[in-house]
Design a protein around this ligand. Structure first.
Ligand code: M6R
Length: 608
């Protein structure tokens, strides 16, 4: 969704802002713009489409100045157009504003401003902010922004400059993240660390209803009531290299290949093999209640929801906890009745997904305790929780989530194992699970070794316009995730199904033009999955099987086989998902799709 990068410092602002915008491209956008300030002069350019077009536009222009604001817009109010792109400005062109989020009462405010004679130039909700800030300005920009905050309802991350308040950017946050970056050459503000990680890894998180006046040498944080806040910097573990392609053609492929490392990072320092018990420091604040918990709700969206869905089976296997899984976007429509000592676990890569945050707030209201399984440190979801586990997967730039999924599965398995060991799970089972987790990175590497075989399978079938993915139990969510991955990056229609449902409808679709990806590891579901494959073959449907190494029965039956190493049943999803990711990637490659930035999608979905 929309992205923000601001800079105030000693260096030329234009190239820094353009570079920041490029780093925000992965979030999804339809237009972009920037404004650079030089004393009382502000030059502003906006363009529809790619950052490269904006860069082309500004390259020939004199844009002097060492401070400025820049934005990628994902249209919500008003079509994608130059007029609706940010920065938005007031009539006198004194105030320039960039905004993430939605001003819910903009309609009323706009009507009132129009009555007062203001002529609007755009269809955006953001433009009201520019006019309001302008009307409140009497020399103190932070004060004008604070007064405006008092008038608006909704969500915002804001960056504001004013012609008569040079050498400063005022930023403010309500419901939309903003992070201040501190470097020797000045200060940054971004909606996302990746926009500035090339320049600094020292950050300060702005919190709800706070604003900050940022200058080249300092920053001053205050509340909406003008109370000064002191906050020290944190160091983020992401590096500039993490956000580079490092020789890969796409971030999605790079991130798929990072997965052995991702699992290692999620396990690092958390295993106690001798005791068969993991160590998870982040949940210790709630440990006394958590260890006695008997009811747990896992909520998430998209790929994170499928990780939660696998985890539900793992919790049922390893613990005595009654575990429920819910789509965050549906959660608030339910009549919730949590038994005492219920924990909700919110699972999110970005930590900013609006639906997930809304589900958490609703659960908290009804008395549930909150845990998070989150990748982005300091994100909104992580701040809402009573405790949690960070994934340490590093930045995920490809819009299609890949490495984060295996990371979520790893951390959720650790949580289940820890709770199980304090319930009925034996030492032997605990030790066996930890040994199996330790072996996973090498096994993932083995699966990745088949990439060219998987590419050849994708080449054989990418022309097919409908695909089916089937699995059972732990691998039913993998069928759903496989179908989602294929849909989002290749735009091929795909359905994921619990294989047992075939006879209840989807089998009617089977024909020689519709490939089925059957996830059939050698586990307790094996025989039943074999029957499903027989049924599909009898109807002349091509079958691509993801099967355990050396499974002769599957080899005899399926048209194509991708093998995964033998592993404990509940860990098979971590291996089975890799071929699904690669199939989706290569189909998208053959179809020449925009793999890292699929149409209509955003990396971080910050609106409900
Ligand atoms: O950041 P989150 O994990 O909360 O995001 C949830 C979904 O928006 C995300 O997984 C989405 O479905 C991806 N496009 C999947 O590849």
């Amino acid at each position: 969704m929309c992205g923000i990068i601001c800079y105030v410092g000693q260096k030329d602002a234009k190239p820094i802002l353009i570079e920041g915008l490029k780093r925000l491209e992965y979030r999804g956008y339809d237009s972009a713009g920037l404004a650079v300030q030089d004393g009382n002069e502000i030059s502003c350019y906006r363009e529809l489409g790619k950052i490269a077009s904006l860069e082309g536009l500004v390259n020939g222009q004199p844009m002097e100045g060492t401070s400025g604001i820049a934005h990628t817009r994902w249209a919500t109010h008003g079509e994608p157009s130059v007029q609706n792109a940010h920065p938005q400005r007031d009539q006198a062109e004194n105030v320039f504003v960039i905004h993430n989020g939605i001003i819910e009462n903009y309609h009323l405010l706009k009507k009132r401003l129009e009555k007062e004679g203001v002529a609007f130039q755009s269809e955006t909700d953001t433009e009201v902010l520019a006019h309001l800030i302008s009307s409140h300005f009497d020399g103190d920009l932070a004060d004008a922004v604070r007064k405006t905050m008092g008038q608006v309802e909704g969500t915002f991350g804001l960056g504001v400059i004013h012609r008569h308040a040079p050498d400063q950017v005022v930023v403010a946050r309500r419901g939309s993240p903003l992070i201040i970056g501190v470097s020797d050459d000045g200060h940054f503000v971004a909606s996302d660390v990746s926009a500035m990680v090339r320049y600094t890894n020292k950050v300060v998180h702005l919190q709800e209803n706070e604003l900050a006046t940022v200058t080249a040498d300092d920053f001053f944080i205050s509340t909406a009531q003008a109370q000064r806040i002191e906050r020290s910097t944190e160091t983020v573990e992401w590096s500039a290299e993490d956000v580079e392609l490092n020789g890969f053609p796409h971030y999605m492929l790079k991130e798929i290949y990072e997965q052995p490392h991702t699992i290692k990072n999620a396990l690092r320092g958390r295993l106690e093999p001798g005791e068969g018990v993991p160590k998870l420091g982040g949940i210790m604040p709630v440990w006394e209640d958590l260890k006695n918990c008997r009811h747990m709700v896992l909520v998430a969206c998209g790929t994170s929801f499928y990780a939660a869905s696998v985890a539900k089976y793992i919790f049922e296997k390893l613990t005595e906890i009654d575990t429920e899984v819910g789509l965050a976007s549906e959660f608030r429509y339910r009549k919730l009745n949590f038994p005492p000592n219920t924990f909700m676990v919110a699972i999110s890569q970005s930590g900013e997904t609006a639906d997930t945050l809304a589900a958490m707030k609703e659960a908290k209201r009804k008395g549930a305790r909150l845990l998070g399984v989150v990748n982005v440190v300091g994100s909104s979801i992580s701040r809402e929780t009573d405790g949690g586990i960070y994934n340490h997967a590093g930045p995920e730039i490809g819009v299609a989530s890949t490495k984060n999924f295996v990371s979520q599965l790893t951390t959720l398995t650790l949580l289940a194992l820890l709770l199980g060991r304090h319930q009925n799970l034996s030492l032997t089972e605990g030790v066996r699970a930890i040994r199996a987790l330790e072996a996973l990175p090498e096994q993932v590497r083995e699966v990745l070794g088949q990439a060219s075989h998987i590419e050849a399978i994708a080449e054989k079938y990418y022309h097919c316009t409908n695909w089916l993915f089937l699995g059972r139990k732990y691998n039913y969510p993998i069928a759903l995730e496989g179908a989602l991955k294929l849909k989002e990056v290749s735009y091929i229609h795909a359905e994921g199904y619990a294989a047992g449902e075939m006879k209840h409808g989807p089998i009617a679709l089977i024909n020689p033009e519709m490939p089925t990806v059957a996830v059939i590891p050698k586990d307790e579901m094996h025989e039943k999955m074999l029957s499903n494959i027989h049924e599909i073959k009898s109807r002349k449907g091509p079958v691509i099987a993801i099967a355990t190494q050396g499974d002769e029965k599957v080899r005899d039956l399926a048209d194509d086989v991708i093998e995964i190493p033998h592993v404990l049943d509940f860990l098979t999803p971590m291996l089975a998902v890799i071929p699904c990711q690669l199939l989706a990637y290569y189909c998208a490659k053959f179809l020449e799709r925009d793999i890292d930035k699929p149409r209509n999608l955003a990396k971080s979905v910050t609106v409900e």
